[in-house]
Write a protein that binds this ligand. Structure first.
Ligand code: FES
Length: 106
């Protein structure tokens, strides 16, 4: 199992959303990626997951979009659903070790 360190760069910016207990912003290289990318990190019921801060379709910035109570972000540009939590999620698991955060490739 590989782990990718996340540089947390903003603990306070993203407001609490319906579908998450905490939301914050960071930067890390995603598994299979070539360079660090901006991320949104969500915590819900003790589970932490992350996605790119930009829509995988055409790159619309998602930082101000709400996570709904089903754990899904809907990109407003073309209505793509990006599931963060749940069985069919398109996100990465995040692990905290001694106050540092890592993407876990599972
Ligand atoms: S840019 Fe997000 S759905 Fe098209």
């Amino acid at each position: 199992m590989s782990q990718y360190p996340i540089l947390i760069n903003d603990f306070r910016s993203a407001p609490k959303r319906d579908g998450a207990d905490k939301v914050w912003l960071g930067k890390a290289q995603l598994p299979g990626g070539q360079a660090p990318v901006d991320l949104m990190i969500f915590e819900r019921d003790g589970e932490m997951r992350t996605i790119s801060a930009y829509c995988p379709h055409q790159g619309f910035e998602l930082c101000d979009e709400p996570l709904d109570s089903d754990g899904v972000i809907w990109c407003p540009l073309h209505a793509l659903a990006i599931p963060v939590f749940g069985k069919r999620n398109r996100s990465y698991l995040v692990n905290e070790i001694d106050g540092k955060y890592y993407i876990v490739e599972d």
